[in-house]
Design a protein around this ligand. Structure first.
Ligand code: MF3
Ligand code: CO
Length: 256
């Protein structure tokens, strides 16, 4: 079921989104070569706590046989890691890395979900272009995130833009509705046909999240049951915000 949020629920979604944005800000300000991904995870957890939230990712159980509950507060995926990288004290961030941080703050029963790919120090020109295209793909999608349009219009805009830039979208993972649950209906693929899927209505809250690969679209899963990497070893980037559909232009809840 696709939930339409009441006025009060929208206020709570805005607050969860604000904490999500503040947590990203704390990580962006702290990240530097030599830190570990566990260091960033701790900063995220402390920031959420400071603002009265907890991580919805920690302990998250997707209910898939053989997949353990997610063990950390954030997902941090470096270079050829696409999504769901598990923070570790052994994983040291280096100059030139692109670091995708995906986090979900849960406050007063509502979730804010956002991802950023951070460029550490001197990154290659190609890595920079990938990060910028991934961010722009989100903004191409949000152009269609309006009352009366359909989910497929968003998917199509994202997929065509990424293709036009010579990159691939990940097909196995997608954006989603969000609210009391981190993942609600509808699913929002990053490719597809315009004019398909449900119509957008004011009060819907959606997480739109292009995951883009510089090379071929195939992915692999590591033995930890979570980390997704590119099959060809090429770089990957992720950009996500939680948005609100309104009577007019959409509102981005996870940018402050
Ligand atoms: N935040 C992710 C998303 O964008 C989900 C992470 S899976 C988890 O949908 F296990 F880490 F929670
Ligand atoms: Co998401």
């Amino acid at each position: 079921m696709v939930t339409i949020k009441s006025k009060r629920e929208i206020e709570l979604m805005k607050e969860a989104g604000r904490v999500t944005a503040l947590t990203h800000k704390a990580i962006e300000e702290a990240i530097k070569p030599g830190m570990t991904t566990a260091d960033l995870d701790r900063i995220a957890e402390e920031t959420m706590k400071k603002y009265g939230a907890i991580s919805a990712e920690k302990g998250y159980n997707p209910g898939i046989k053989g997949v353990p509950p997610y063990p950390a507060a954030t997902c941090i995926s470096i270079n050829d890691e696409v999504i769901h990288g598990i923070p570790s004290k052994k994983r040291i961030i280096k100059d030139g890395d692109i670091v995708s941080v995906d986090l979900v703050a849960l406050k007063d029963g509502y979730n804010g979900d956002a991802a950023r790919t951070l460029m550490v120090g001197n990154v290659s020109k190609e890595a920079k272009r990938l990060v910028e295209v991934t961010k722009q793909a989100f903004f191409e999608g949000i152009k269609y995130s309006k009352k009366g349009n359909r989910i497929g219009d968003i998917s199509h805009a994202i997929g065509e833009y990424v293709k036009s830039q010579g990159y691939s979208v990940v097909r196995e993972f997608e954006g989603h509705g969000i609210g009391k649950d981190m993942h609600e209906e509808p699913e929002i693929p990053n490719y597809g046909k315009a004019g398909r899927g449900i119509r957008l209505e004011p009060g819907m809250t959606l997480a739109i999240e292009p995951m883009v690969i510089a090379g071929n679209p195939n992915i692999l899963e590591l033995d930890d049951g979570w980390t997704i990497i590119t099959e060809d070893g090429s770089l990957s980037a992720h950009y996500e915000n939680t948005i609100l559909i309104t009577e007019n232009e959409p509102e981005i809840l996870t940018i402050i």
